[in-house]
Design a protein around this ligand. Structure first.
Ligand code: ADP
Ligand code: ZN
Length: 751
């Protein structure tokens, strides 16, 4: 022991990553050595947040290394610690540097992602003094002589005693189911008394109840038999839980977390942002109560800090949140769970551009704990890992309630056109909606609005015009009246004939939800219609309100984008219509088939959750496309095998890494020149293992008058090649007039 103290007290210098606005992305910049004043020597650890002199200012920084000798001759002394305990652990700091290498961001940016808001001020004490009520007697029989209580007053007193903790007037009257005046009467009689207490404001405070099922289904039992030993023993390992919607996956997550807690270890449960609904919070809090810390971007910074420090102090040991929860300050992880693991919300689209699944995998490996990924439609990468033995596949093939999956019908839009029906609704879909309206059942009409860019489709054979080199759809440019590939920039005139069938009727496609809403109102005048998409949801509270209206049965037809595909569980829905599966299918992204398949399956899961069975109608011009065919039959394995084959041929993930470089600036010629120059430099500097696609204009080629070009690098994203790429970028001259370059490793969207 004395040896260790001597050892650390000899380390009288520290290397600090100073938290200052970061210019340039050099990995080594912002690292400075400082001397420890005598009173701190031996007390400072890696992960401590310290105050340091920096020029004429005092800034905060994070200790990343203890040193016996400084790297420079002149060092200044650190001023002090922000908080006695370190905010981060040595492992956290390592993770930050790993992130910075893997995603080419500055380590300070990575560290920030791990720290609570306002960490520079130390532990936030969000406690306020609050006046709460406490009982002055132990039981209703204990009341002083001469005081009598009415039945209602006894009720209040009982409720207060059952609670055993200070409580607000409002909460007490709610619990006792009486009016506030009854509570006031007890205060006058001095049976209840006000007391000032320190009160910590927490998000989602309150009591939650959620029923614990009596027993697991046979499928759930089988899954737990695999998971329980792994979590109990704290063995690292990756599990992919594939279970249809309603098969009881969430119940599995809760059980697995329970097992971890029994071992006195912590747990992280991640959900896509959009799924962090009050229902989900209630379910997790109902099981684990105050041990749950909810981390959510919609919380105030103060609330987020409160939850962070609760985990940090060990008062909470279950972190529930979207992707950022992957950095939760849990000290001894027993399990990490990602629900809906295929969801692209797990990728952060600003620096650090990490993918929570990958960070979770890294954390689980280092912590020696299982990683559980769950989905009804796993992403292809995870599916591939399970197939190649890097993850264990577990499945829940049936719904808990044993309800059958809805019946799916595919309607060929070409036949509608041929029959002279040019409306958005096929005759079959139209009939079905009318039928639902007559029976007072609900319908959901789904459209993937990401089809903002138009593409060209043959109305005879249903094929979309694709780039011969990139496996993505060519985009129609109105201004040039030409087709352009947004991956490689190949251009072609609009063909007069379909290259596949020779047909002469080529049509541009891409309708939005607003258009569909208008068409629905026109076609079904008596119906109550609501719309939900990212535009309408931007108005705060819209999502909740529309959900309430819909769930209570006030709305007949809901028109929406993928927002409605996720998590909405409305028993009255018996019909789901996919207006146009092709917009998603023909999106210029190599993942479009995978996403379409996942989306169709998720949307289909919305139908028939109640007593009556459901029906799904998919309208498409590509009824033979594997994504449509296999989604209709629910045959996930067939589709994934087929899609994996395609990916292998062109070396797209999971068969190769991908890095996207996005350049933004003006004028366009300058951005283009830079993009081409960058491509040349990379070609020269990196080995032949790198294949460069592009440069080309990004699918959204201009935002706010800033022109956007991108190039894709098919490369093995090893540390060495990324370091090489970073060097190229470092050497590019960056003046204020030059385009801004964004590096996105493992990009999930290409807009
Ligand atoms: P998923 O997460 O796969 O969609 P859930 O875990 O939400 O499925 O389960 C679907 C429904 O079934 C929920 O209402 C849940 O409370 C219920 N449920 C889950 N497991 C059981 C069980 N073993 N017994 C009874 N009900 C269950
Ligand atoms: Zn191309």
């Amino acid at each position: 022991m004395s040896e260790i103290i001597e050892e650390s007290s000899r380390r009288t210098y520290v290397r600090v990553l100073v938290d200052a606005p970061v210019r340039g992305s050099g990995q080594q910049s912002r690292l400075f050595d400082y001397k420890l004043p005598r009173d701190l020597a031996g007390n400072v650890r890696v992960g401590h947040i310290v105050r340091v002199p920096f020029g004429h200012r005092v800034l905060t920084g994070c200790v990343v290394q203890l040193l016996t000798e400084p790297g420079v001759s002149e060092t200044r002394s650190i001023r002090g610690l922000v908080m006695d305990e370190p905010h981060l652990t040595g492992d956290d700091v390592k993770l930050a540097f790993w992130l910075s290498q893997q995603y080419l961001c500055h380590p300070a940016v990575a560290l920030r992602a791990m720290l609570p808001p306002d960490f520079a001020r130390g532990r936030n004490s969000s406690t306020i003094r609050k006046r709460l009520l406490v009982a002055t007697v132990n039981s209703p029989d204990d009341i002083p002589d001469g005081v009598s209580l009415s039945d209602k007053q006894r009720q209040v007193l009982l409720a207060a005693q059952r609670l055993g903790a200070p409580v607000t007037r409002k909460e007490l009257s709610r619990r006792a189911d009486v009016s506030g005046s009854v509570v006031d009467a007890l205060i006058r009689k001095d049976i209840l008394r006000w007391r000032e207490v320190r009160w910590e404001q927490r998000p989602y405070d309150g009591e939650y109840h959620h029923a614990l099922p009596d027993h697991l289904t046979d499928d759930q039992e089988r899954v737990m038999q695999e998971l329980e030993p792994a979590v109990s023993a704290g063995e690292p390992g990756e599990f992919l839980l594939h279970g249809v919607t309603g098969s009881g996956k969430t119940e599995i997550y809760l059980r697995v977390i329970s097992v971890a807690l029994q071992q006195d270890r912590d747990a992280i449960l991640m959900v896509p942002e959009i799924s962090l609904t009050p229902q989900m919070v209630a379910r997790v809090k109902g099981r684990f109560g105050d041990r749950v810390a909810v981390m959510h971007s919609e919380l105030t910074p103060k609330e987020r800090a409160t939850e962070w420090y609760r985990l940090h102090r060990g008062e909470a040991d279950v972190a529930l949140g979207p992707r950022s929860a992957v950095f939760a300050p849990c000290r001894d992880l027993g399990v990490i769970v990602l629900d809906e693991e295929h969801d692209s919300a797990y990728k952060q689209e600003s620096a650090p551009r990490y993918h929570a699944r990958r960070v979770a995998r890294r954390r689980a490996e280092r912590a020696g704990c299982p990683l559980l990924l769950g989905s009804a439609t796993p992403c292809l990468e995870s599916y591939h890992r399970a197939r190649s033995g890097q993850a264990t596949r577990l499945s829940l093939p049936r719904r808990v309630d044993e309800r059958p999956m809805p019946e799916v019908t595919v309607v060929d839009i070409r036949e509608e056109w041929a029959a002279g029906n040019r409306s958005l609704f096929s005759r079959h879909l139209h009939r079905c909606i009318v039928d639902r309206l007559e029976r007072s059942e609900q319908s959901v009409l789904f459209l993937n609005r990401r089809g903002y860019s138009s593409f060209l489709l043959c109305t005879e054979c249903g094929e979309a015009i694709q780039c011969a080199h990139c496996n993505v759809t060519m985009t129609y440019h109105r201004k040039e009246q030409r087709l352009r590939c947004h991956y490689c920039d190949r251009r072609m005139p609009v063909p007069s004939q379909c290259p596949f069938c020779g047909g002469h009727r080529l049509a541009r496609r891409g309708a939005g939800t607003q258009k569909v809403e208008a068409a629905v109102r026109a076609a079904f005048p008596g119906a109550v219609v609501a719309r939900l998409d990212t535009d309408s949801a931007r108005i705060k509270g819209t999502r909740g309100r529309v959900y309430q209206q819909f769930a209570s049965g006030d709305v007949d037809i809901l028109v929406g984008t993928q927002m409605v595909a996720k998590g909405w569980d409305v028993p009255g829905v018996t019909l789901v219509g996919v207006i146009d599966a092709d917009t998603a299918l023909n999106f210029p992204d190599f993942r479009s088939a995978e996403r379409t398949f996942q989306l169709l399956l998720q949307v289909a899961g919305r139908a028939g959750r109640g007593e009556r069975s459901g029906e799904v109608i998919i309208q498409t011009m590509a009824p033979a496309h594997p994504a449509v065919v296999h989604a209709a039959s629910g045959d996930l394995d067939r589709f994934y095998r087929c899609e994996l084959d395609e990916r292998r041929q062109v070396r797209y993930p999971p068969y190769g890494g991908l890095v996207r470089l996005l350049l933004r600036g003006r004028p366009e010629a300058r951005v283009q020149f830079w993009a081409q120059d960058l491509a040349r430099q990379i070609q020269k500097a990196l080995d032949t293992g790198v294949e460069i696609i592009g440069p080309a204009p990004a699918p959204i080629d201009r935002i706010k008058d800033s022109y956007r070009w991108h190039l894709l690098l098919k490369m093995d994203p090893s540390t060495a090649s990324l370091a090489g790429l970073e060097e190229v970028l470092q050497n590019m001259r960056v003046g204020s007039q030059d385009p801004r370059i964004t590096v996105d490793v493992d990009p999930m969207q290409m807009l």
